[in-house]
Design a protein around this ligand. Sequence first.
Ligand SMILES: Cc1cc2nc3c(=O)[nH]c(=O)nc-3n(C[C@H](O)[C@H](O)[C@H](O)COP(=O)(O)OP(=O)(O)OC[C@H]3O[C@@H](n4cnc5c(N)ncnc54)[C@H](O)[C@@H]3O)c2cc1C
Length: 445
Amino acid sequence: MTETLHIVGGGMAGSEAAWQAAQAGIPVVLHEMRPAVGTFAHQTGLLGEMVCSNSFRSDDSEQNAVGLLHWEMRAADGLIMATADKHRLPAGGALAVDRDPFAQSVTDALMAHPNVTVQYGEITELPHDGHWIIATGPLTSGALADAIAAETGAEALAFFDAIAPIVYADSIDMSKAWMQSRYDKGDTEEERTAYLNCPMDRDQYEAFIDALLAADKTEFHEGETAKYFDGCLPIEVMAERGRETLRFGPMKPVGLTNAHAPDVKPYAVVQLRRDNKLGTLYNIVGFQTKMKYGAQNTVFKTIPGLEDAAFARLGGIHRNSFINSPTLLDSQMRLRARPNIRFAGQITGVEGYVESAAMGLVAARMAVAEITGKTLQAPPDTTAMGALMTHITGGADAKTFQPMNVNFGLFPPVEGLKSGRRGRKDRYKAYTDRAKMDWKSWLES
Ligand SMILES: Cc1cc2nc3c(=O)[nH]c(=O)nc-3n(C[C@H](O)[C@H](O)[C@H](O)COP(=O)(O)OP(=O)(O)OC[C@H]3O[C@@H](n4cnc5c(N)ncnc54)[C@H](O)[C@@H]3O)c2cc1C
């Protein structure tokens, strides 16, 4: 008899995973704690509930990385994409979804599937036997989060997402910024030039502080803890504590010499640190923030060198349980210490409905292969699915690991194409053409 796949969490990732495995002929038990045990964000007991916006973002599979991920999931007969297409609302180039019929259809499809049993109830332990996928999302219940922390070490499970904004390297103006580590620290040239620095004079700093203090901010949701840890105070809270706080904190100008004006001492310096192995993404060090996205776009572009910055993601702080996947998971998304357990969805450190469902899709296919005595290699990192997986299972720096949306910064470059803004359209088309070809080959493998 074929072994059963247990999936914990009937959200975006768990629903997609259940569908993929069931369609492959594997018996699935899907464990969902709602409606008996709720979260502060979910409103219903339905599977596949969208907790906030009703958008799956861009549907452009040629020029947008999330649009490409849509394409890949459709090509893999994904339940979440097929249901989103069925309940699509007019939204220009974006894929907006009528949320209640969407979740109802996901629920109906899984309930009606002969290979799926939905079992309502909270799972509170990490199981020792059988094949399991944990897809309990950013609001994983307290008991299970405790069990995960006990298994992995408390520091490997984050409860808050304190996100510093991430910028595409090729959108930074290097005629103003320069590369240097503070006090030129490091044994190699690479280490001595590990940071990218943006200098400010006094007027620019004062104007920046004014803009921070005046910016629109988001409040914590009810049920979220508004407790900040001193190590990750939002920059605007630091600015509220005193106009000089940032200049003595993340923006301190010491140990740095402006390569473009060595005789002029900057009044403050914003530092950016490499965020991925490819060097295509940089995060602004210490700039976690509760400013609204519109305000961030305006305020951060006043930083010299970032006037034309394009953001791979903006900053934020919110309740989000996620594991340190680069250290905990192998390339099959299995917990190294307990290989009978895979993780999928937002808890692995991806961000967003589509990315979470995508990780459910691939984790289930890997589990199916294992149950049927085969091994399915991870998709190549030239595909949107593979680029995301590579990021969480090893591409990202484990020390600064933060949840990530899919974006072209995660893709290996296509050789021979023009860099910078002007070449972007051709570059993205080349990425997506390559991805589609490689995704089709992977599906056939
Ligand atoms: C407040 C908030 C707003 C968000 N807004 C957006 C947005 O606008 N757009 C966007 O793309 N993403 C948004 N996200 C992120 C969003 O949660 C994810 O994109 C997506 O829902 C994650 O999918 P998932 O399957 O990993 O988790 P979920 O969809 O949350 O599914 C996890 C499921 O596991 C269940 N569960 C948890 N613990 C247990 C347990 N112990 N036993 C059994 N079941 C359990 C939960 O009830 C839930 O059904 C938001 C997240 C939060 C918290």
